[in-house]
Write a protein that binds this ligand. Structure first.
Ligand code: BDR
Ligand code: CA
Length: 332
């Protein structure tokens, strides 16, 4: 007999908000409100902007969506990270299109928050095999958790990562994608200690151009909604910076890379995958941060990940927009 009780997917979102993180985050909150997901914790990561801003952004997004009882961790700052360029030019000084002042003030404080790796370790040990880690920023927190407690990432049900570029060019260097390039050593730690990884790379996210028309469709559902108003304003900011960086070949829109993780988790029919052993280049003078797989037809002895190779962007956007409409429908 088929059980009629749907068990929610228990998720820890590791994020560095980020314009596209914000859309992924709001989509997740819609799915949680609809009863498909449980947000166990949010672990902010140092990345698009500095750790105190990603922490603030994560807290504000949870408050906006009404999930502000969820614990937020503050991102581990890796000693090597001093010389790394963030993505403030794309996402705004606060990571959120310079719009955080328009969002509600959360109760959580950066100074008293637990570190993200501590939260990951505790949660994974408490619920072995049950938690899905969705990592949409650099992998510093996950690697720190593994280094502090070896074997802990293998306790995850699955690790879904937005990152990497295989056949596609990089977006921060000719070969490397931001989330991996920001902390390649951390990424390599994660890929070498777990074999239940799903990778959503630039190869497919570069096709996900979210436009002001998409934002308008959500806004029309409930123009009084503060979430809808925020989405429209954030989209406007992101389109401008994205055009300046020529990421969409002149199409007025921006890439919602991180949102594709939600498509995989809840609407996997929108994607196709290939299994492979992913490694991260940590030494190359020109290729540091590149994700590498072996495409040759030679017998493979191991594989650690499923890599998304194709996406049905039309379907993905239709679904995402309907879910976001549901979130704004009853919001003021
Ligand atoms: C990734 O880099 C960040 O700037 C985005 O938020 C996304 O996670 C895309 O390369
Ligand atoms: Ca991100």
């Amino acid at each position: 007999m088929i059980p009629n009780v749907i068990s929610k997917r228990k998720i820890i979102l590791d994020t560095d908000p980020g314009g596209d993180d914000a859309f992924a985050f709001l989509w997740l909150q819609s799915l949680a409100r609809q009863g498909f997901a449980e947000i166990v914790a949010v672990t902010a990561a140092d990345g698009n902007v500095a750790a105190q801003y990603t922490f603030a952004g994560a807290c504000k997004l949870l408050k906006l969506g009404g999930f502000d009882t969820v614990e937020v961790g503050r991102g581990v700052i890796n000693a090597r990270q001093g010389d790394r360029a963030d993505a403030e030019a794309i996402h705004g000084a606060d990571g959120m299109g310079n719009l955080t002042h328009t969002l509600p003030t959360p109760e959580q404080s950066y100074d008293t928050a637990r570190l993200s790796d501590q939260i990951l370790i505790e949660a994974l040990k408490q619920a072995p095999g049950e938690l899905t880690l969705v990592a949409i920023g650099p992998l510093t927190n996950l690697a720190a958790a593994e280094q502090a407690s070896p074997g802990v990432l293998q306790l995850a049900k699955e690790i879904v990562i937005m990152g990497g570029a295989f056949s596609h060019a990089g977006n921060v260097t000719p070969e490397a994608e931001f989330n991996i390039a920001f902390d390649p050593e951390a990424a390599q730690v994660v890929f070498s200690c777990c074999d239940r990884i799903v990778v959503i790379p630039l190869d497919i996210t570069s096709q996900l151009i979210f436009t002001p028309e998409h934002a308008q469709q959500i806004f029309q559902e409930n123009p009084n909604s503060s979430i809808a108003q925020f989405m429209v304003a954030l989209c406007q900011f992101m389109v401008k910076s994205t055009l300046a960086f020529r990421e969409t070949s002149g199409v007025p829109g921006f890439l919602v890379h991180d949102a594709a993780t939600m498509a995989y988790l809840f609407y996997p029919e929108t994607l196709q995958f290939q299994r492979a052993q992913v490694e991260v280049e940590t030494a190359g003078q020109w290729t540091r941060g590149k994700t590498v797989i072996d495409r040759r037809h030679k017998a493979k002895l191991s594989a650690n990940a499923w890599i998304a190779t194709e996406v049905n962007a039309t379907s993905l956007f239709a679904i995402m927009i309907e879910d976001l409409k549901q979130l704004v429908a009853s919001n003021r």
